[in-house]
Design a protein around this ligand. Structure first.
Ligand code: ZN
Length: 254
């Protein structure tokens, strides 16, 4: 067993100050302070109340697609109401200052973009729940317009450009990881000299291998999460504290 380097916000600030190119890797924990429940928390999750729809079933069946869209439009819409919190805003300021080169996220809530980070700096490993795309030609569709059609026709028609199936732009169970985003994420962690994990328990593979890759390539690794993670032992710093308060201290005194 290796020694775990437990520390606090001050230690994280020192590590960040010494770095020139920082990549953030964020998970559900950064958005709980925006009121979005972590789907891994028993009983509280948005997604474990109902059985998730598998990608293959969505593609194979018009009826399953109807059910999927019905859930999307009749759900409690917590994702749409959520606003960025202090943690998101702190990262946005570090991006703005040129300190952070990329934010890799497992979240689909769009809160990094909502906090002002340009799309070019956000890498979404699990897609985005705020819009839809054609599975064949990737044309983007806005959910507001699709909802109007669904309420009228009880179905979402095929893509008007290629006839493909339109689906929310999230990565579903059974759907492969987005290749382009994985490539961008690999490039980002290989180029950084500090990788900060914020609010991820690092149990979802292959995404969780990215911070490990950063460390293997010589970058420092810091993990800010309320619970232990499988990478704590190889991290240069582990902070077990609230995200918003901890990350805010990275930008307060500059
Ligand atoms: Zn299409």
């Amino acid at each position: 067993m290796g020694r775990i380097h437990l520390g606090d916000a001050d230690a994280l600030r020192e590590l960040t100050a010494a770095a020139s190119s920082v990549v953030f890797f964020t998970g559900a924990g950064i958005s709980t302070e925006s009121g979005i429940p972590d789907f891994r928390s028993p009983g509280t999750g948005l997604w474990n109340r109902v059985k998730p729809i598998e990608f293959q079933d969505f593609v194979a069946s018009e009826e399953v697609r109807r059910l999927s869209w019905q859930r999307r439009f009749d759900g409690d819409r917590v994702l749409e109401r959520a606003k960025p919190n202090a943690g998101h805003r702190a990262i946005a300021r570090l991006v703005d200052a040129g300190k952070v080169t990329a934010v890799i996220t497992q979240n689909v809530d769009n809160l990094h973009q909502d906090s002002g980070i340009p799309e070019t700096h956000v890498i979404e490993l699990h897609g985005n729940a705020h819009h839809a795309r054609c599975l064949s030609c990737h044309k983007r569709y806005e959910l507001e317009a699709l909802e109007v059609v669904f309420r009228r026709d009880s179905r979402i028609p095929p893509c008007d450009q290629c006839g493909g199936i339109i689906k929310t732009a999230t990565i579903s169970f059974g759907q492969s990881m987005p290749e382009r985003e994985m490539r961008r994420a690999h490039a980002a962690v290989q180029a950084c000299d500090l990788c900060i994990v914020a609010g991820s328990s690092l149990v979802v593979y292959p995404a969780a291998t990215l911070p490990e890759l950063a460390k293997q390539r010589g970058a420092r690794l810091a993990i800010v999460n309320r619970e232990a993670t499988p990478l704590d032992e190889i991290a240069d710093l582990v902070v077990r504290a609230e995200l918003g308060a901890t990350l805010s201290q990275l930008v307060e005194r500059d």
